[in-house]
Design a protein around this ligand. Structure first.
Ligand code: NAD
Length: 488
């Protein structure tokens, strides 16, 4: 297997086809960059559409062999993957920081969070949902069981290079489904390393290698449309932007594929007059600055009661001034670069539009000199309602603060978005907190909480943020068909 050394860690650079490293069938390659230095860190095989089809061939074969593993055996395989990834936390974190930019401590956090899906679903693998009962007419028995959906295509984004895929791989395997993973071309190395670890575990347990293939490619659209047109594929699970999600849902229609769509967000963060501002500040920094703001559940819009707006803005500004921007592997860095020059320029444009319309930057707002795709921690106050930054996903370290006079108005503005992934509400009063919990419209609502992701909880959105849930007891359902057995 050909390899590259990335920040001291040896990573495979070939496609992982059913446990084996292979070159692209047309021998093409592409470069992966460090967004903090703009340097090429590895050159990897660029899978062709045919390579994707070969991965599906292997997946189809593997499903039958995997069905012979008992739920307990499947659970043990998943648990072993959790253990192996955990042992290699720092290797994964170094690679992830180098290809994606996030600070090393956050990358370690993502490894812990991402591999937890293997442990969680190792526990779910032995608890398949089902039911059994008499028919109302008194004749016969209704038994409801679940069967694996079939081969899955997973398409994942660059912002959480490990966790966005483990949320799909772990439940698919637990449910009995093989999976072909197409990682984002910006961050394929973490996934190739994971593929190698999974292949080692499969070897140890004699599990069929075709269960997992990793096909990095620059031909995402051609590969996914070809695989989705193949009647052997039964499911597509996607995490990424809403426009691409819509294209995939349309393409899924011909074969009536099962789909899960984890799409974009525009999370409001509503702060009532009686909120505990110390707690609010801690949570605001988590909800805004985790992953440098490049998170689908990142707080996009801070909506604050006018009586505390000034103090909140001042304290948020101070906290953002304390952010240390740099290479994620440097000691002390708390904000890495954004992923590409294009993303940085998009953020700069959103900020410029807001400033042109009358917003004021209390900190940040200027693109620093390169190299590296850096954008500084920024707070914008007095952001007018027509600023683009309030309607588009920022995906960067920029906090917008707007003010309301009445909580009903705050909740109405919070919900005034086509998205519905996450929402946050803060109050120290039980009745107000309940009002926020009931009033906010999103798939996930944090009440007095700034960090809400948990492998044991169902992650997912409503409206233009998509459908389907990852994690929790709900996560495995996405990979299971319901079968009704009518018994005597
Ligand atoms: P993106 O949609 O551009 O890309 C995501 C993935 O889709 C990548 O692997 C890409 O190669 C692939 N892709 C792009 N065009 C495609 C096409 N036509 N056909 C098939 N595949 C295609 O998104 P991105 O910029 O990489 O990621 C950021 C977006 O992801 C944000 O909108 C963010 O909110 C969203 N996101 C959502 C969640 C969630 O769980 N809801 C989690 C993380 C990120």
């Amino acid at each position: 297997m050909t390899r590259a050394t990335v920040s001291g860690v040896s990573v495979p650079t070939q496609i992982l086809l059913a446990g084996k490293g292979v070159d692209s069938s047309d021998e093409a390659t592409f470069d992966v960059h460090d967004p903090a230095t703009e340097e090429v860190i590895a050159t990897i095989a660029d899978a062709t559409v045919d390579d994707g089809v070969r991965a599906l061939d292997k997946a189809v074969e593997a499903q039958e062999q995997w069905a012979e593993f008992t739920p307990r055996q499947k659970a043990e395989v998943l648990r072993a993957i959790f253990d192996e990834v955990t042992k290699r936390t720092d290797d994964f974190a170094r690679v992830m920081t180098t290809e994606m930019g996030k600070p090393f401590a956050e990358a370690q956090g993502e490894v812990a969070y991402g591999t937890e899906y293997f442990r969680w679903f190792s526990e779910e693998a032995v608890r398949f949902p089902g039911r059994f009962g008499g028919a109302p007419a008194g004749v016969g028995t209704i038994a409801v069981t679940r069967r694996p959906v079939g081969p899955v295509l997973a398409i994942t984004p660059w912002n959480f290079p490990l966790a966005m895929a483990t949320r799909k791989i772990a439940p698919a395997l637990a449910a009995g489904c093989p999976i072909v993973v197409k990682p984002a071309h910006e961050t394929p190395l973490t996934m190739l390393l994971l593929g190698e670890v999974i292949a080692e575990v499969f070897d140890r347990f004699n599990a069929p290698q075709g269960l997992v293939s990793i096909v990095p490619t620059t031909h995402a659209s051609d590969m996914s449309s070809t695989l989705m047109a193949d009647s052997r594929l039964r499911k597509v699970t996607f995490t990424g932007s809403t426009p691409v999600g819509k294209v995939l849902v349309k393409q899924s229609a011909d074969n009536l594929l099962r789909t899960s769509m984890e799409l974009g967000g525009n999370a409001p963060f509503v702060i009532a007059a009686d909120a505990d501002l110390d707690l609010v500040l801690t949570c605001a920094m988590q909800a805004k600055m985790r992953n440098g703001g490049e998170a689908c559940i990142a707080a996009n819009r801070f909506l604050v009661d006018s009586s505390i707006a000034e103090e909140f803005t001042r304290r948020l500004t101070e906290a953002m001034e304390g952010v240390v921007m740099g290479h994620g592997l440097e000691e002390g860095t708390t904000l890495g670069p954004v992923i590409t020059a294009k993303q940085r320029d998009r953020i700069a444009e959103l900020v410029k539009d807001a400033l042109d319309r009358g917003a004021v930057a209390t900190v940040g707002g200027e693109v620093p000199e390169g190299p590296g795709y850096f954008y500084p921690a920024t707070v914008l106050k007095d952001v007018p309602a027509d600023a683009k930054i309030l309607t588009e996903e920022i995906f960067g370290p920029v906090a917008t603060v707007s003010v309301f006079d009445d909580l009903d108005e705050g909740i109405r503005r919070a919900n005034d978005t086509p998205f519905g992934l996450a929402a946050y509400g803060f109050s120290s009063n039980t009745d107000t907190a309940r009002k926020l919990a009931q009033g906010l419209r999103a798939g996930m609502i944090g009440i007095n909480r700034g960090a809400i992701s948990d492998p044991a909880a169902p992650f997912g959105g409503i409206k233009q943020s998509g459908f389907g849930r990852e994690g929790g007891t709900e996560g495995i359902e996405e990979y299971l068909d319901t079968v009704y057995l009518a018994l005597q």
